[in-house]
Design a protein around this ligand. Sequence first.
Ligand code: B3K
Ligand code: ZN
Length: 876
Amino acid sequence: NKPLLRSDYRPLDFKILTTELDFNFDENLANPFTVTSKLHFQRLTSGVTSFTLDGQDLELLSLKVNGTDWQDYQLEDLPGEGKFQNLTIDISKLDNQDDFVVEIVNTLEVANNKLLSGIYKAGEHICSQCESKGFRLITFYFDRPDNLSVFTVKITADKTKYPYLLSNGNFVEGSELDNGKHFAVWHDPFPKPSYLFALVAGEFDVLEDHFITKSGRKVDLKIFAEVGRGEQLHFAMSSLKRSMKWDEDRFGLEYDLDLFMIVAVSFFNMGAMENKGLNIFNESALIGSKDTATDARLKRIDKVVAHEYFHNWTGDRVTCRDWFQLTLKEGLTVFRDQEFTSDTFDRTLERIESVEIMQNYQFDEDSGPTSHPIRPEKVLSQDNFYTVTVYDKGSEVIRMIHTLIGEENFQKGMKLYFERHDGQAVTCDDFVAAMADASGYNLDKFKLWYSQSGTPNLKVEQQFEAERGVLTLTFTQVNNPTNDQKEKQPLVLPLRTLFLDQEGSPVVNLKTTSGEKVEELIVLESDKLVLEVVTAKPLVVVTNLDFSAPIKVEQDRSFAELALVASKAPNEYARYQAVQDLNYQVYLKTLADASFVESQEFALFLDVYKDLLDQAVVNPAVYAILLRFTSPANVAARFKADLDPLAVLEVYKTVSQALAKAHGDRALALFKQLPEVGAYEFNVTQAGLRDLKAVLLTLATKEGQHKDLVASLYEKADNFTDRINALRINLANNLGLDSLEQDFFKRYADEVLVLDAYQSVRATFANSLAEVKELTKLHSYDAQNPNRVRAIMTPFAMHNFAVMYNKDASGIKYVVEEVLRTDKFNPQLSSNLVNLLLKFFKLTAEYRNLILNELSFLQSQTLSNNVKEKVDSALE
Ligand code: B3K
Ligand code: ZN
């Protein structure tokens, strides 16, 4: 149970050139799941005469080397959680030690595998999940990403129960056998690490299509889902085809096999998995139509399909040398999916959504107990490092490189990266080297972003001297110590900056006192930068525009100046940023003094909302976001300390009421004037309008009036988004429209994913813990299924402050109970749930102590490594 260090990496002494797997599934046999694995080894370090393969929960039935039974091996159970095994094979008696074949027969645990890792049953389907260390649950292997091998896979199983037998690459052959069985053989010509292996068996609905690549090759596309859900795959298919085209157009990357398959499964720990040629998805990230998924979920499906497809090059063709390099593929692929979404829908909207993930989740992670650099130094459970830091901050780091060197150089860098490393397992340093070499831009200093954790604080000070006609701007960065790292250094910060005059119009072509042009991109390379700008009048400075660096900006500016930028800036992102700052100020000021809502400044704030309402039709999708007063959960993310969740909730209620009182009528008028949305289509304009309508109706019905509009939103809906929005408004504003829910249940009784969405709304607005627990009695609930559990627990703990932070600690204790319950069978799930408790460090002493007590209790229990690692860092 010792953590691994990044510096522990040692190259392999042997490699497995080819891997032949022969699976035999027969539930009537004493050993229902067995595999024969034939591994062709090549020695890389001469003189080494033994090697160790990883295993877990396996039973070894036989071992041969070059066709002969082999006795020179040791099978050892490792101490600690689970049954980790080391199989050490000694080849010193072998004649040719440089080149030999090992044949292993073993059984594997499938039917009772609740880890959702290795090969397991998802309902009636058999499927696999190997990243990061799941392959060792299948057979003994070098279960690490730097062993690239060519796989051939044969699967034999019952033909009626498992009509489809799938694996990576191309279908080679298959046919029927005696006693109702059949088999299929698959071959993947591209060498790959074990984590990209996949296997699926079962009965499915299939949606088929094809794509012609830019060089004219035809690729067959097949998407599989549970029988009865095939109709809900059309959206995912369109996403896939658009992704394939986009990757050719923007990155010049073409798909490389003749077949691409995606399978949806009902039990899955995360969103999806990029196995070569056979992606496996959580059904929640794949299945959905206008009638069963919200616009937001369809957008997520679009993004995840694209993300997994893009991994084919950034992940599969070039993979990671070791798991510490995870951001090499994840940060880069998130960057690529964000660019895809920006090019497909709306760039500002996508930017705002990505920034919200950073500000609402990543910043907390980076200042809390589990803070780590995007390339971690120390890991106990690799599962715990699939984080917003590795993924989303990782993408921000790639984005900064893109900002510094520009699109053209970035594409040259990508080209060089593939020229150098196609078919290899490489490091983050290799990626940065390709970018630096291709662009000629020195990224040596920049690389600190890979090893330093924590969010830099940028202080922006400005001083205007009218008589000199000079505005002095001082940028200072402060990097505070984090839980994992005490010493910090200044980072390279690319700061996109905008200057406005006092009316909010842009001021361009500014010069410094030494006559240089003031660049739109200011790069801060040390802890301080002073800029003297020539100007006759004071200027409004908006910096870190588009979140050009993933940092916190502290800029002392007046309420009036923020209001000016929020209503007048000629840039939607700048407005968004100002609205967020303004909302935060309103929280702070109302917390400090409840009569703030009667002040002149608050009136100014109400005016901003009026302006936003008046402009909302220009870009409904973006204005719907601007018009939402920051939720308690999101404002909590901005607090460093002394956060009192219930006090914050009170402010939220007070201000929302005040907004409704001031602007309810205006919202109603706008609601009525909005253009007809028309028959459902999935596009930004329509989705934006639907979202804006919901925001306006929430404002207009806050006091219980105009209920009929909510009812008619539901009744006239030709889509799921409007329906669930109506249910949400009904609950949020206590409108008592019970008949809507009755209809909803009749309509959707069999749609588990729809019911998950409903459970989430209920968990958010439940008035007591009993009401939350009651949700587990719904017919669709399954206490072992991660989607069902998370649909309740995440919104409850993150958004229902009143129940979660009840002073009797009952809410917190419920999360702890669920952690312990799920940790017995699925540590990845329980470890997810622990995150819901990790914000204690910023809460008031009372809550902090409540949670720390509960974490100490957890620590006294038998825990998985996944949970233990987090609890230990919290209590350190
Ligand atoms: N690479 C997978 C994540 C695997 C998580 C393993 N616990 C999905 C993705 O990032 O595309
Ligand atoms: Zn990924």
